[in-house]
Design a binder for this molecule. Structure first.
Ligand code: FA5
Length: 344
């Protein structure tokens, strides 16, 4: 062994100290180790006290080696101290500060929110403004102004939640009343969508809820035709369901549009071949639409003859059910985390 003539093997001392330090897990063990090497009667104190006994020429080298070893081991001691103290904290308090933090579990968006956002984005890109309107409506906005006179069957108390005995106030049964409110307010031409909650006295089953969501569209101007309606809806449905979907327009009836149409898309499950979801027809009905009825313009205070417009409406739950292949509307309202985490 070559100790350069010194009466101690400093490398061996360092190695032993390191090995001992490695095994230490507790504060008291570490303090014992510190005293063993750095204490008043510790290894380094003894080595230093021996320096004067060495021959003159060995003394500087011995002093330098001892100091280097002391500095190194002191550094290791400080590092170990941090580790042992935080681990010790765990023992004392039950908390281990050295563990990496747990990732907080953030909330998830309900598919209704996700689909609503998609719809808003698509129409905003087409220059449509976004409105909401009140959920509590008057009979005038929900029915009368939409060309549903007093004896219209849609006003039936079995269909509508009325809020007073006189049946003046009610929970809106669709988003169409926003059409009237917007026509009263905005300067023509304009294009808007209205999105929000709607209410009907429907039994809660796999495809109906007493509270659900609708989106309404309305474009009013001096040269709006049914072709504009077709172009906007085909674009919208292809953005939402993919560019391959085919769109079908069939004649229909709504009191507030004339002519009216029922719009379907080719079934997204079977691609139009026919399956259980589309009732083996190949088509899924998705929207009601039409040209704004002249009576509706009059009720909204628009008397100019050359003004035309189109309107459309759809159930958001229905869109979400088709887009995400959900077969029971009640899933949306259960707040079941296993359901919600699927739609990140
Ligand atoms: C209307 O409500 C019209 N206002 C739509 C409209 C607007 C037509 C503008 C023309 C112009 P309808 O009653 O069909 O239409 O309802 C539209 C959609 O709402 C339905 O296709 C369905 O998807 C959804 N819907 C209706 N009732 C419920 C319910 N109880 N639960 C869930 N969704 C429903």
């Amino acid at each position: 062994m070559n100790n350069n003539g010194l009466p101690f093997d400093i490398e061996k001392i360092i190695e032993d100290a390191r090995n001992e330090l490695e095994k230490i897990t507790r504060k008291d063990e570490l303090e014992y180790w510190r005293i063993k090497y750095f204490g008043r009667k510790g290894v380094f104190a003894i080595l230093t006290s021996k320096i004067p006994e060495l021959s003159q020429h060995l003394r500087p080298e011995a002093g330098r080696k001892i100091n280097e070893a002391k500095n190194l081991l002191n550094e290791l001691l400080q590092q170990k101290k941090i580790i042992v103290e935080s681990a010790q904290t765990y023992n004392d308090t039950g908390l281990n500060y050295t563990l990496t933090g747990l990732k907080p579990d953030y909330g998830y968006f309900n598919p209704i929110t996700l689909v609503s956002r998609d719809i808003v984005r698509i129409f905003q890109n087409l220059g449509f403004g976004v409105h909401t309107g009140p959920e509590i409506e008057t009979d005038f906005y929900n029915f009368e102004a939409l060309n549903m006179p007093e004896d219209h069957p849609a006003r039936d108390m079995w269909d509508t939640f009325y809020l007073d005995a006189e049946r003046k106030f009610l929970l809106r049964t669709h988003t169409s009343p926003v059409q009237i409110r917007v026509m009263e307010k905005l300067k023509i031409p304009f294009r808007i969508i209205a999105i929000g909650k709607t209410f009907r006295r429907d039994a809660f089953d796999a495809s109906h809820s007493p509270v659900f969501h609708q989106v309404e569209g309305l474009m009013v101007g001096y040269d709006i035709t049914f072709s504009n309606l077709k172009a906007v809806l085909i674009f919208f449905l292809r953005e939402l369901f993919g560019s391959n979907v085919r769109v079908r327009f069939l004649p229909s009836y709504f009191p507030f549009t004339e002519p009216s149409a029922e719009i379907s898309i080719s079934c997204v499950i079977c691609n139009g071949r026919g399956c259980q979801t589309c009732g083996f027809s190949g088509w899924i009905e998705i929207l009601g639409a039409g040209m704004v009825h002249p009576e509706v313009f009059l009720k909204a205070g628009i008397k100019e003859k050359n003004i035309t417009g189109f309107a459309f409406g759809a159930g958001i739950e229905r869109i979400a059910m088709i887009k995400y292949r959900i077969d029971d509307i009640r899933q949306f309202y259960l707040n079941d985390i296993r359901f919600l985490t699927q739609f990140e």
